[in-house]
Design a binder for this molecule. Structure first.
Ligand code: FMN
Length: 387
Protein backbone atom coordinates (compact mmCIF):
# COMPACT_ATOMS: atom_id res chain seq x y z
CA UNK A 1 0.00 0.00 0.00
CA UNK A 2 1.47 3.34 -1.02
CA UNK A 3 2.36 5.22 2.09
CA UNK A 4 -0.61 3.85 4.02
CA UNK A 5 0.83 5.03 7.33
CA UNK A 6 2.51 8.10 5.90
CA UNK A 7 -0.89 9.46 4.87
CA UNK A 8 -1.37 10.68 8.45
CA UNK A 9 0.78 13.58 7.27
CA UNK A 10 -1.73 14.51 4.54
CA UNK A 11 -4.59 14.18 6.98
CA UNK A 12 -2.96 16.62 9.39
CA UNK A 13 -2.18 19.20 6.72
CA UNK A 14 -5.70 18.97 5.28
CA UNK A 15 -7.19 19.47 8.74
CA UNK A 16 -5.19 22.67 8.83
CA UNK A 17 -7.47 24.06 6.10
CA UNK A 18 -10.26 23.88 8.69
CA UNK A 19 -8.00 25.54 11.26
CA UNK A 20 -7.48 22.30 13.12
CA UNK A 21 -4.12 21.18 14.48
CA UNK A 22 -3.20 17.82 16.02
CA UNK A 23 -4.34 17.24 19.63
CA UNK A 24 -0.75 17.61 20.82
CA UNK A 25 2.75 17.53 19.39
CA UNK A 26 3.82 15.32 16.50
CA UNK A 27 7.38 15.38 17.89
CA UNK A 28 7.72 12.24 20.03
CA UNK A 29 10.81 13.61 21.77
CA UNK A 30 8.59 16.27 23.36
CA UNK A 31 6.03 13.84 24.80
CA UNK A 32 7.79 13.28 28.11
CA UNK A 33 7.81 17.03 28.76
CA UNK A 34 4.11 17.34 27.97
CA UNK A 35 3.24 14.34 30.14
CA UNK A 36 5.16 16.00 32.98
CA UNK A 37 2.61 18.81 32.87
CA UNK A 38 -0.46 16.58 33.20
CA UNK A 39 0.75 13.84 35.55
CA UNK A 40 1.26 13.97 39.31
CA UNK A 41 4.83 13.43 40.54
CA UNK A 42 4.34 9.78 41.52
CA UNK A 43 2.95 8.46 38.21
CA UNK A 44 5.26 10.65 36.13
CA UNK A 45 8.35 9.44 38.00
CA UNK A 46 7.20 5.84 37.71
CA UNK A 47 6.83 6.06 33.93
CA UNK A 48 9.75 8.29 33.00
CA UNK A 49 12.24 7.16 35.62
CA UNK A 50 14.90 4.53 35.36
CA UNK A 51 17.13 2.54 37.65
CA UNK A 52 19.81 4.26 39.71
CA UNK A 53 21.49 7.23 38.09
CA UNK A 54 19.54 6.84 34.85
CA UNK A 55 22.74 5.95 32.97
CA UNK A 56 21.07 3.19 30.97
CA UNK A 57 18.02 5.29 30.10
CA UNK A 58 20.45 7.79 28.59
CA UNK A 59 22.62 5.09 27.01
CA UNK A 60 19.61 3.69 25.14
CA UNK A 61 19.07 7.04 23.45
CA UNK A 62 22.77 7.70 22.83
CA UNK A 63 23.10 4.36 21.06
CA UNK A 64 20.54 5.42 18.45
CA UNK A 65 22.47 8.65 17.92
CA UNK A 66 25.59 6.72 16.94
CA UNK A 67 23.88 5.20 13.90
CA UNK A 68 22.99 7.31 10.87
CA UNK A 69 20.86 6.40 7.88
CA UNK A 70 22.50 6.63 4.45
CA UNK A 71 19.65 7.46 2.02
CA UNK A 72 19.63 5.99 -1.49
CA UNK A 73 18.06 7.72 -4.52
CA UNK A 74 15.96 6.72 -7.56
CA UNK A 75 14.91 3.40 -6.06
CA UNK A 76 11.21 3.63 -6.98
CA UNK A 77 10.13 3.73 -3.34
CA UNK A 78 6.69 5.23 -4.04
CA UNK A 79 4.77 2.06 -3.23
CA UNK A 80 5.65 0.92 0.26
CA UNK A 81 4.43 -1.73 2.63
CA UNK A 82 5.41 -1.78 6.29
CA UNK A 83 3.97 -5.27 6.61
CA UNK A 84 6.11 -8.01 8.06
CA UNK A 85 5.71 -11.37 9.68
CA UNK A 86 6.60 -12.22 13.26
CA UNK A 87 6.55 -15.79 14.56
CA UNK A 88 5.08 -16.74 11.20
CA UNK A 89 2.11 -14.39 11.60
CA UNK A 90 1.62 -11.38 9.28
CA UNK A 91 1.68 -7.96 10.93
CA UNK A 92 0.56 -4.67 9.39
CA UNK A 93 3.69 -2.95 10.67
CA UNK A 94 6.83 -4.03 12.53
CA UNK A 95 5.71 -2.31 15.73
CA UNK A 96 3.95 -3.78 18.77
CA UNK A 97 2.76 -1.98 21.89
CA UNK A 98 5.08 -3.06 24.71
CA UNK A 99 3.78 -4.57 27.93
CA UNK A 100 3.45 -1.67 30.33
CA UNK A 101 1.89 -2.27 33.73
CA UNK A 102 -0.41 -0.12 35.85
CA UNK A 103 -1.60 2.11 33.02
CA UNK A 104 -4.47 3.45 35.12
CA UNK A 105 -1.96 5.61 37.01
CA UNK A 106 -1.71 7.81 33.92
CA UNK A 107 -5.30 7.64 32.62
CA UNK A 108 -8.50 6.10 33.99
CA UNK A 109 -9.06 4.09 30.79
CA UNK A 110 -5.62 2.49 31.16
CA UNK A 111 -5.09 -0.80 29.33
CA UNK A 112 -8.61 -0.69 27.87
CA UNK A 113 -7.61 2.39 25.86
CA UNK A 114 -4.46 0.62 24.72
CA UNK A 115 -6.43 -2.46 23.70
CA UNK A 116 -8.87 -0.37 21.66
CA UNK A 117 -6.16 1.74 20.04
CA UNK A 118 -4.14 -1.33 19.07
CA UNK A 119 -7.19 -3.01 17.54
CA UNK A 120 -8.16 0.15 15.64
CA UNK A 121 -4.66 0.45 14.19
CA UNK A 122 -4.33 -3.26 13.43
CA UNK A 123 -1.26 -3.62 15.68
CA UNK A 124 -0.45 -6.23 18.30
CA UNK A 125 -0.65 -5.25 21.95
CA UNK A 126 1.23 -7.03 24.70
CA UNK A 127 -0.71 -7.09 27.97
CA UNK A 128 1.29 -6.95 31.22
CA UNK A 129 0.63 -9.18 34.22
CA UNK A 130 0.68 -5.91 36.18
CA UNK A 131 -2.35 -4.63 34.28
CA UNK A 132 -4.93 -2.42 35.97
CA UNK A 133 -7.68 -4.36 34.18
CA UNK A 134 -8.38 -8.08 33.97
CA UNK A 135 -7.20 -10.30 31.14
CA UNK A 136 -10.79 -10.87 30.08
CA UNK A 137 -11.81 -7.19 30.03
CA UNK A 138 -8.74 -6.27 27.99
CA UNK A 139 -9.54 -9.07 25.54
CA UNK A 140 -13.10 -7.76 25.18
CA UNK A 141 -11.83 -4.23 24.53
CA UNK A 142 -9.33 -5.60 21.99
CA UNK A 143 -12.09 -7.55 20.17
CA UNK A 144 -10.69 -9.38 17.18
CA UNK A 145 -7.37 -7.53 17.51
CA UNK A 146 -4.05 -9.31 17.90
CA UNK A 147 -2.84 -9.70 21.48
CA UNK A 148 0.04 -11.30 23.33
CA UNK A 149 0.26 -11.90 27.08
CA UNK A 150 3.32 -10.92 29.12
CA UNK A 151 3.99 -13.04 32.17
CA UNK A 152 5.67 -11.91 35.33
CA UNK A 153 6.34 -15.47 36.33
CA UNK A 154 4.81 -16.14 39.76
CA UNK A 155 6.68 -18.42 42.13
CA UNK A 156 3.46 -20.37 42.61
CA UNK A 157 2.82 -22.98 39.93
CA UNK A 158 -0.95 -23.14 40.40
CA UNK A 159 -1.28 -19.41 39.91
CA UNK A 160 1.07 -19.50 36.91
CA UNK A 161 -0.98 -22.22 35.24
CA UNK A 162 -4.19 -20.36 35.95
CA UNK A 163 -2.87 -17.13 34.40
CA UNK A 164 -1.71 -19.00 31.31
CA UNK A 165 -5.06 -20.74 30.94
CA UNK A 166 -6.95 -17.48 31.27
CA UNK A 167 -4.75 -15.73 28.72
CA UNK A 168 -5.16 -18.58 26.26
CA UNK A 169 -8.93 -18.71 26.75
CA UNK A 170 -9.12 -14.94 26.20
CA UNK A 171 -7.41 -15.15 22.81
CA UNK A 172 -3.86 -14.12 23.67
CA UNK A 173 -1.78 -15.97 21.09
CA UNK A 174 1.82 -15.55 22.25
CA UNK A 175 3.41 -15.70 25.68
CA UNK A 176 6.08 -13.13 26.51
CA UNK A 177 8.07 -14.03 29.62
CA UNK A 178 9.87 -11.07 31.11
CA UNK A 179 13.09 -12.20 32.75
CA UNK A 180 14.79 -8.96 33.75
CA UNK A 181 12.39 -7.83 36.46
CA UNK A 182 12.22 -10.75 38.85
CA UNK A 183 12.81 -8.16 41.54
CA UNK A 184 12.56 -4.38 41.31
CA UNK A 185 15.72 -2.37 40.79
CA UNK A 186 16.79 0.56 42.96
CA UNK A 187 14.67 3.34 41.48
CA UNK A 188 15.34 6.70 43.15
CA UNK A 189 12.48 8.46 41.34
CA UNK A 190 10.01 6.17 43.04
CA UNK A 191 11.90 5.74 46.31
CA UNK A 192 12.18 9.47 46.90
CA UNK A 193 8.39 9.71 46.75
CA UNK A 194 7.75 6.35 48.46
CA UNK A 195 5.68 5.58 45.38
CA UNK A 196 5.06 1.98 44.36
CA UNK A 197 1.76 1.58 42.45
CA UNK A 198 1.20 -2.06 43.46
CA UNK A 199 1.20 -1.34 47.19
CA UNK A 200 -1.42 1.32 46.49
CA UNK A 201 -3.66 -1.24 44.81
CA UNK A 202 -2.85 -0.38 41.17
CA UNK A 203 -1.85 -3.14 38.79
CA UNK A 204 -3.41 -6.00 40.73
CA UNK A 205 -6.54 -6.66 38.65
CA UNK A 206 -5.19 -9.87 37.15
CA UNK A 207 -4.29 -11.72 40.37
CA UNK A 208 -7.31 -10.35 42.22
CA UNK A 209 -9.59 -11.84 39.57
CA UNK A 210 -7.68 -15.10 39.44
CA UNK A 211 -9.40 -18.17 40.92
CA UNK A 212 -6.14 -19.93 41.83
CA UNK A 213 -4.83 -16.85 43.61
CA UNK A 214 -8.11 -16.14 45.35
CA UNK A 215 -8.27 -19.72 46.60
CA UNK A 216 -5.09 -19.07 48.59
CA UNK A 217 -6.48 -16.06 50.47
CA UNK A 218 -8.14 -16.21 53.87
CA UNK A 219 -10.35 -13.29 52.84
CA UNK A 220 -11.22 -12.12 49.34
CA UNK A 221 -9.42 -9.07 47.87
CA UNK A 222 -12.73 -7.21 48.12
CA UNK A 223 -12.92 -7.89 51.87
CA UNK A 224 -9.26 -7.31 52.63
CA UNK A 225 -7.39 -5.69 49.75
CA UNK A 226 -4.28 -4.93 51.79
CA UNK A 227 -3.80 -8.56 52.77
CA UNK A 228 -4.30 -9.66 49.15
CA UNK A 229 -1.69 -7.16 47.98
CA UNK A 230 0.78 -8.36 50.59
CA UNK A 231 0.27 -11.94 49.43
CA UNK A 232 0.58 -11.08 45.74
CA UNK A 233 3.71 -8.95 45.82
CA UNK A 234 6.10 -11.68 47.05
CA UNK A 235 4.44 -14.12 44.66
CA UNK A 236 5.30 -12.17 41.51
CA UNK A 237 8.45 -10.40 42.57
CA UNK A 238 11.54 -11.35 44.53
CA UNK A 239 12.18 -14.88 43.21
CA UNK A 240 14.45 -15.54 40.25
CA UNK A 241 13.77 -18.52 38.01
CA UNK A 242 16.20 -20.81 36.15
CA UNK A 243 16.68 -21.98 32.57
CA UNK A 244 15.75 -25.51 33.56
CA UNK A 245 12.28 -24.30 34.56
CA UNK A 246 11.32 -23.16 31.05
CA UNK A 247 9.88 -26.58 30.10
CA UNK A 248 7.20 -25.93 32.72
CA UNK A 249 5.95 -22.95 30.69
CA UNK A 250 6.17 -24.92 27.47
CA UNK A 251 4.10 -27.67 29.05
CA UNK A 252 1.36 -25.26 30.10
CA UNK A 253 1.32 -22.84 27.16
CA UNK A 254 0.08 -23.99 23.79
CA UNK A 255 1.64 -21.41 21.48
CA UNK A 256 4.81 -19.42 20.81
CA UNK A 257 6.95 -18.28 23.74
CA UNK A 258 9.13 -15.17 23.62
CA UNK A 259 11.73 -14.32 26.28
CA UNK A 260 11.97 -10.60 27.04
CA UNK A 261 15.00 -8.93 28.54
CA UNK A 262 17.82 -10.73 26.73
CA UNK A 263 21.05 -8.71 26.64
CA UNK A 264 23.84 -11.29 26.28
CA UNK A 265 24.54 -13.38 23.22
CA UNK A 266 24.96 -16.52 25.32
CA UNK A 267 21.52 -16.03 26.85
CA UNK A 268 20.12 -15.65 23.34
CA UNK A 269 21.74 -18.97 22.43
CA UNK A 270 20.29 -20.57 25.55
CA UNK A 271 16.85 -19.34 24.54
CA UNK A 272 17.33 -21.15 21.20
CA UNK A 273 18.53 -24.28 22.94
CA UNK A 274 15.49 -24.15 25.20
CA UNK A 275 13.27 -24.19 22.12
CA UNK A 276 11.95 -20.67 22.53
CA UNK A 277 10.30 -19.05 19.52
CA UNK A 278 11.54 -15.51 20.00
CA UNK A 279 13.41 -13.08 22.21
CA UNK A 280 13.11 -9.39 22.93
CA UNK A 281 16.50 -7.73 23.18
CA UNK A 282 15.67 -5.22 25.90
CA UNK A 283 16.95 -3.68 29.11
CA UNK A 284 13.43 -2.76 30.21
CA UNK A 285 13.94 0.83 29.13
CA UNK A 286 16.83 1.27 31.56
CA UNK A 287 14.59 0.56 34.52
CA UNK A 288 16.45 -2.44 35.92
CA UNK A 289 20.27 -2.51 35.77
CA UNK A 290 21.72 0.96 36.04
CA UNK A 291 24.86 1.01 33.93
CA UNK A 292 23.64 -1.85 31.74
CA UNK A 293 24.69 -1.76 28.11
CA UNK A 294 22.36 0.03 25.69
CA UNK A 295 20.01 -2.54 24.21
CA UNK A 296 20.78 -1.34 20.67
CA UNK A 297 24.50 -1.92 21.20
CA UNK A 298 24.01 -5.66 21.74
CA UNK A 299 21.38 -6.12 19.04
CA UNK A 300 23.76 -6.79 16.09
CA UNK A 301 25.76 -9.50 17.84
CA UNK A 302 22.62 -11.23 19.09
CA UNK A 303 21.03 -11.09 15.63
CA UNK A 304 24.20 -12.55 14.13
CA UNK A 305 24.18 -15.41 16.62
CA UNK A 306 20.55 -16.51 16.67
CA UNK A 307 18.32 -14.88 14.05
CA UNK A 308 18.41 -18.03 11.93
CA UNK A 309 16.88 -19.96 14.82
CA UNK A 310 14.30 -17.62 16.33
CA UNK A 311 12.73 -14.18 15.83
CA UNK A 312 14.64 -11.33 17.44
CA UNK A 313 12.49 -8.41 18.59
CA UNK A 314 13.80 -5.24 20.17
CA UNK A 315 12.86 -2.47 22.59
CA UNK A 316 14.42 0.19 24.83
CA UNK A 317 14.85 3.72 23.60
CA UNK A 318 12.64 3.74 20.50
CA UNK A 319 11.19 7.22 20.17
CA UNK A 320 10.95 8.08 16.46
CA UNK A 321 10.28 6.44 13.13
CA UNK A 322 13.97 6.70 12.34
CA UNK A 323 14.74 4.76 15.54
CA UNK A 324 12.42 1.97 14.41
CA UNK A 325 14.15 1.91 11.03
CA UNK A 326 17.58 1.67 12.67
CA UNK A 327 16.57 -1.24 14.89
CA UNK A 328 15.08 -3.06 11.89
CA UNK A 329 18.20 -2.40 9.83
CA UNK A 330 20.28 -3.92 12.62
CA UNK A 331 18.23 -7.07 12.35
CA UNK A 332 15.18 -6.78 14.62
CA UNK A 333 12.09 -8.40 13.09
CA UNK A 334 9.90 -5.89 14.91
CA UNK A 335 10.14 -3.45 17.79
CA UNK A 336 8.09 -2.81 20.89
CA UNK A 337 7.06 0.76 21.50
CA UNK A 338 7.15 1.68 25.21
CA UNK A 339 6.99 5.02 26.96
CA UNK A 340 5.84 7.10 23.93
CA UNK A 341 2.43 5.45 23.76
CA UNK A 342 2.00 5.73 27.52
CA UNK A 343 2.60 9.46 27.23
CA UNK A 344 -0.03 9.46 24.48
CA UNK A 345 -2.40 7.70 26.88
CA UNK A 346 -1.66 10.27 29.57
CA UNK A 347 -2.27 13.16 27.18
CA UNK A 348 -5.38 11.93 25.40
CA UNK A 349 -6.55 8.42 26.32
CA UNK A 350 -7.22 6.12 23.39
CA UNK A 351 -7.07 9.00 20.90
CA UNK A 352 -3.77 10.09 22.38
CA UNK A 353 -2.27 6.64 21.85
CA UNK A 354 -3.54 6.58 18.28
CA UNK A 355 -2.06 9.98 17.58
CA UNK A 356 1.37 9.02 18.94
CA UNK A 357 1.52 5.62 17.26
CA UNK A 358 0.20 6.86 13.91
CA UNK A 359 2.76 9.63 14.02
CA UNK A 360 5.68 7.29 14.67
CA UNK A 361 4.49 4.92 11.94
CA UNK A 362 3.99 7.79 9.49
CA UNK A 363 7.52 8.96 10.25
CA UNK A 364 8.80 5.40 9.78
CA UNK A 365 6.94 5.03 6.47
CA UNK A 366 8.22 8.34 5.10
CA UNK A 367 11.76 7.78 6.35
CA UNK A 368 11.76 4.30 4.85
CA UNK A 369 10.76 5.66 1.46
CA UNK A 370 12.98 8.72 1.54
CA UNK A 371 15.97 6.57 2.35
CA UNK A 372 15.20 4.48 -0.73
CA UNK A 373 13.42 1.44 0.71
CA UNK A 374 9.98 -0.04 0.15
CA UNK A 375 9.65 -2.66 2.87
CA UNK A 376 11.32 -3.55 6.15
CA UNK A 377 12.91 -6.47 4.30
CA UNK A 378 14.90 -3.97 2.18
CA UNK A 379 16.76 -2.78 5.29
CA UNK A 380 20.12 -4.14 6.36
CA UNK A 381 23.18 -2.89 8.26
CA UNK A 382 24.25 -1.39 4.91
CA UNK A 383 21.38 1.08 5.30
CA UNK A 384 23.26 2.60 8.22
CA UNK A 385 26.63 4.05 9.05
CA UNK A 386 28.09 4.08 12.54
CA UNK A 387 29.46 7.50 13.43
C1 FMN B 1 5.90 2.53 33.25
C2 FMN B 1 6.48 1.29 32.66
C3 FMN B 1 5.95 0.06 33.05
C4 FMN B 1 6.44 -1.12 32.49
N1 FMN B 1 5.85 -2.30 32.83
C5 FMN B 1 6.29 -3.43 32.26
C6 FMN B 1 5.63 -4.67 32.53
O1 FMN B 1 4.67 -4.71 33.28
N2 FMN B 1 6.11 -5.78 31.93
C7 FMN B 1 7.18 -5.75 31.08
O2 FMN B 1 7.59 -6.79 30.56
N3 FMN B 1 7.80 -4.60 30.78
C8 FMN B 1 7.37 -3.44 31.35
N4 FMN B 1 7.98 -2.27 31.02
C9 FMN B 1 9.07 -2.26 30.03
C10 FMN B 1 8.53 -2.11 28.60
O3 FMN B 1 7.86 -3.26 28.18
C11 FMN B 1 9.68 -1.83 27.61
O4 FMN B 1 10.66 -2.83 27.75
C12 FMN B 1 10.31 -0.46 27.84
O5 FMN B 1 9.31 0.51 28.06
C13 FMN B 1 11.18 -0.06 26.66
O6 FMN B 1 11.86 1.13 26.93
P1 FMN B 1 11.38 2.56 26.35
O7 FMN B 1 10.04 2.83 26.90
O8 FMN B 1 12.39 3.52 26.89
O9 FMN B 1 11.42 2.47 24.86
C14 FMN B 1 7.51 -1.07 31.56
C15 FMN B 1 8.03 0.17 31.18
C16 FMN B 1 7.52 1.33 31.71
C17 FMN B 1 8.08 2.65 31.22
Amino acid sequence: MAGQWGSYQNEIYLQGLADRVPPFTTDPTRLEGLAREVLADGPFGYVAGGAGSGATVAANREAFGRWRIVPRMLTDATQRDLGTSVLGVPMAAPVLLAPIGVQSIVHPDGELATARAAAALGLTMVLSTASSTTIEDVAAANGDGSRWYQLYWPNDNEVTISLLQRAKAAGFTTLVVTLDTWTLAWRPHDLDQSYLPFIRGFGTAIPFSDPAFRAKLAKSPEEDPQMAILQWIPMFTGTDHRWDQLPFLREHWDGPIVLKGIQHVDDARRACDAGMDGIVVSNHGGRQVDGAVAALDVLPEIVAAVSDRLDVLFDSGIRTGADVLKALALGAKAVLLGRPYVYGLALGGEDGIRHVVRGILADLDLTLGLSGNRTPADLSPDTLRRT
